[in-house]
Design a protein around this ligand. Structure first.
Ligand code: ADP
Ligand code: ADP
Length: 228
């Protein structure tokens, strides 16, 4: 469970990107943050794994204040997927997926096995893809690897910042459907940022609508679409 209480962020240049955020996300929910560019979606998301430290209020995960936790331990439990996948070009696909696992001290054989399992999970045949390099994959395939990498250490929470924004519409729709399936089977808490309302309505159990650093509404798609 993730709890935001009166959370705000003022960047070092004095700009207040978000203010007075109050919300609660339960384990296993698929949450979408939507809003125009610059409204504070990425800032909100990055405060959860402390890539961006908040400057006011309290954020807790499973009852624990995140400022009291070691960032490494915190991030082990929080997968992160972004639009620019950021795979290491000189690592094979399986090594890219297993980077986190080597940091956790996993032995090579176990890492390879886990990478193969994850590739399978995101719809890439391990025998065909494990030994390839990122440049040999399409954008959609690279994004799948990004998802596999985020899931490697079996985190409870996965943050996804416009993960499908750079993909063509067909690949995008396919990955949206696969992600919905994946979340249902794995029961992860997913926090997904987009500026596409169709994507938000399709994916979210609940949707947080942001504008100018504030949350205007945080509700199910049905309630969001209902006339007042
Ligand atoms: P979104 O993800 O909704 O596009 P962001 O959270 O990235 O929005 O940014 C929210 C606001 O904070 C924007 O106005 C952005 O320019 C500003 N901002 C983001 N990062 C910084 C930073 N490091 N320093 C100052 N302002 C920033
Ligand atoms: P993202 O959407 O992934 O957050 P952005 O384009 O918003 O990427 O920002 C890229 C980087 O630039 C981030 O590290 C962000 O903190 C920083 N940044 C964004 N807006 C500003 C700003 N107005 N002033 C200073 N840094 C900024």
């Amino acid at each position: 469970m993730i709890l935001f209480e009166q959370v705000s962020k003022t960047y070092p240049n004095g700009f207040q990107a978000v203010k007075d955020l109050n919300f609660r996300i339960d384990a296993g929910e698929f949450i979408v943050f939507i809003g125009p560019s610059g409204c504070g979606k990425s800032t909100t998301m990055k405060m959860i794994n402390r890539l961006v430290p908040h400057t006011g209020g309290t954020i807790s995960i499973n009852g624990k204040n995140i400022t009291k936790e070691n960032p490494v331990d915190l991030r082990r439990n929080i997968g992160y997927v972004i639009q620019q996948v950021g795979l290491f070009p000189h690592y094979t696909i399986e090594d890219n997926i297993a980077v986190v696992l080597s940091l956790l001290g996993w032995k090579e054989a176990k890492r390879k096995q886990r990478a193969a399992e994850l590739l399978q999970m995101v719809g890439l045949e391990p025998d065909r893809f494990a030994k390839r390099y990122p440049r040999e994959l399409s954008g959609g395939q690279q994004q799948r690897v990004g998802v596999a990498r985020a899931l490697a250490a079996d985190p409870e929470i996965v943050l996804m910042d416009e993960p499908f924004g750079a993909l063509d519409p067909i690949t995008r729709e396919q990955l949206q459907n696969e992600l919905i399936q994946l979340q249902r089977t794995m029961k992860k808490t997913i926090i997904f940022v987009t500026h596409d309302m169709d994507e938000a309505l399709k994916m979210g159990d609940r949707i947080a609508v942001m504008k100018d650093g504030a949350i205007l509404q945080f509700d199910t798609p049905e309630k969001l679409m209902k006339e007042p």
